[in-house]
Design a protein around this ligand. Sequence first.
Ligand code: ASP
Length: 326
Amino acid sequence: MRKPRIALLATGGTIAGTAGSATDTSGYTAGQLGADALIAAVPQLASLARLSAEQLFNIDSKDMTPQHWLMLSRRVQALADDPAVDGVVITHGTDTLEETAYFLQITLAASKPVVMTAAMRPATALSADGPLNLYQAVALACRPAAGRAGVLAVLGDRILPADTIAKRHPSAVDAFTHAGALTTLASDAALQALAPRRNSRIALPPEVQMLPAVELLTVAAGSSPALARALASAGLSGGVAGVVLALPGNASLPEAWLPALEELPPTVPLVLASRCGGGIGRQRANAPANWLDAGALDPLKARVRLIAGLGAGLRGARLRRWFERG
Ligand code: ASP
């Protein structure tokens, strides 16, 4: 039987990280090994697929920016459109994997598997988790049924969908939430049951070269609205295109913040998200026209959605609809 042709895109992270000793799992440098070295560490990959490898960047994912997302999304789209490619695997750092995954989810029009993977331990560590994660990610990318489920990540024996993936521990190997997870041994039937990719994509026209600056503020009990005032003036001078607030509980706004938020120029959208990390935040009726509810999106994903929406040129009612479909 013909082996599936899988394109590996390497972007860095701990999976490509190295430390001075095999017992050091924290004092390492991410993004050191190249794509070929990642593949060479897992000879068993050759029995799964015909792999091609490409090094797109080699960075710690804390340094990812929306420009990297844009470049990655366009490269994945080109590979997914290539009849000589059956699936795409992306290696990435764990720190901002959930943001990149969600950006890919909402910008790609791909029916082939797109699977991200990463590692919590550097490649040089005893019991490094990267090699098995990479093997399982490639195995998943070989299954056409995975293409119907949108962008997926494989970490620690679990398949995690882009809509719900979230890193919730800074150092444990099992660092990601299990919400919506399937085991990597999932059958094709289970994969099909896994939330089919939602009809919620946006096309970023080829002339878009830069994505807009969107800031995220977390509101804590008694925190000062001074930062919101600074953003209001940055918004007036064009330096900030949108703002997301991570709000307590039911996306609730402290009274002290209202005057500062009303100073935001009406052209700068303000997305109100719950910082709870689950559930659906409050939907506001009769709010100012530039206020948008994040609904089920956590603040990080709401920011990604706002960046993509603004980048695609959505404003006013069209931007509101983009959030309602989220
Ligand atoms: N700092 C690393 C990164 O995100 C952490 C990791 O990959 O686990 O790139």
